[in-house]
Design a protein around this ligand. Structure first.
Ligand SMILES: *Cc1c(COP(=O)(O)O)cnc(C)c1O
Length: 359
């Protein structure tokens, strides 16, 4: 039987209908002038986000890094949450590529409150970097898909604007936040100068992200996309997959959230496992494995032996993500396997999986 792949919502493969849309895409040279399919995608993305314009890019790391770069010059600083993607999972590209530094503030499962930020903006002084930008992430990846409370977002963005800072939202999974809350993407986006979104996560496209914002900023973004090596020629081939995803796969994200609840219920039932945080809000489930059971990597390997793929994201932390290529039935089966794997280990059975000793 095929494994149930819960490692990430990036593992989805283009459906036959999406492949058809890709095969039929009308294309042009997007560097010389325009690619018509990419132009349609950028227009629709901007519309959904309530922004003037959008720029298509090959990855969310690039949309974030271009976003940070158009708001900050070398020697500037941005504020972000300690566990955010921009700071942790993009090789510090803001430092490597742009000479920008980050000021991190620790949230609760990725959630920040405006009171934590007051006083962080540096005064004008030749000794100091200049604080220019506030970044938020919604939903929060390391926070197990946690949704930023809307009122926190508004308060933080209002504070940032009053303080003269620009604002950027890493909305790789903003679609999930919108589906879960009923607060439309544009409602979230209107509080930020720029918003980055991914088509290749829960929406199921093979490639692509976009940065959206005011026209003038998107002109700058286009320049920096070229600078970072992301200007593409007949990009309608990949934009067609993203366009198909945007038009067809947003409304079904609630199914992924319901399936994540099935996994969460199994974790609650299983011996020696505990959800972190306790409530699952969207499509990401993170749980802690008690050390007496196994290490996270061992537990993930046990699950893999039973046909369930997950990711060990810390010494005792396992992550599972639901998406359009796993069905409700598969999630029920995965849940059963979680419970049946944890039970015997909690009862003292040794993990069969031999791993290198950890030092
Ligand atoms: C996946 C992700 C990104 C972008 O990742 P790429 O692999 O570069 O496309 C950015 N932010 C968050 C929160 C993500 O989960």
């Amino acid at each position: 039987m095929l494994p149930i792949d819960l490692r990430s919502d990036t593992v989805t493969k283009p459906s036959p209908a999406m492949r058809q849309a890709i095969a039929n895409a009308d294309v042009g040279d997007d560097v010389i002038d325009i690619d018509p399919t990419c132009q349609r995608l950028e227009k629709l993305t901007a519309e959904i986000l309530g922004k003037e314009a959008a720029v298509f890019m090959p990855s969310g790391s690039m949309t974030n890094q271009v976003g940070v770069r158009i708001h900050c010059k070398p020697g500037d600083e941005f504020i972000c949450e300690t566990g955010c993607h921009i700071y942790n999972y993009e090789q510090g590209a803001f430092a490597q590529l742009s000479g920008i530094v980050a000021k991190t503030v620790e949230g609760k499962a990725g959630v920040l409150h405006v009171d934590q930020l007051r006083g962080l903006i540096r005064p004008e002084n030749d000794h100091l970097v200049r604080t220019r930008l506030m970044c938020l992430e919604n939903t929060h990846n390391r926070g197990a898909g946690k949704i930023q409370p809307f009122e926190n977002v508004v308060a933080i963005c209002d504070w940032a604007r009053d303080a003269g800072l620009r604002t950027h939202l890493d909305g790789a999974r903003l679609w999930n936040a919108a589906a879960a809350t009923g607060i439309a993407e544009a409602q979230w986006a209107r509080h930020f100068d720029t918003v980055s979104v991914c088509f290749s996560k829960g929406l199921g496209a093979p490639v692509g992200s976009a940065l959206a914002g005011p026209k003038e900023m998107m002109k700058e973004a286009r320049r920096h996309r070229k600078l970072f090596g992301g200007a593409m020629r007949q990009d309608g081939i990949i934009a067609a997959g993203a366009l198909f995803a945007l038009e067809n796969n947003r409304s079904r994200l609630k199914e992924d959230h319901a399936n994540a609840q099935i996994l969460a219920a199994a974790v609650r039932e299983a011996e020696g496992l505990s959800l972190w945080p306790e409530e699952v809000e969207t499509n990401i489930v993170i749980f802690r494995v008690e050390p007496k059971l196994a290490r996270a990597a061992e537990f993930a390997a046990e699950l893999k032996g039973q046909g369930v793929l997950s990711l060990a994201i810390g010494p005792q932390q396992v992550r599972m993500v639901t998406h359009l290529d796993v069905s409700e039935d598969q999630c029920r089966r995965a849940g059963q396997i979680i419970v049946e794997t944890a039970g015997p280990l909690a009862g003292g059975k040794k993990s069969k999986v031999a791993l290198e000793p950890a030092y």
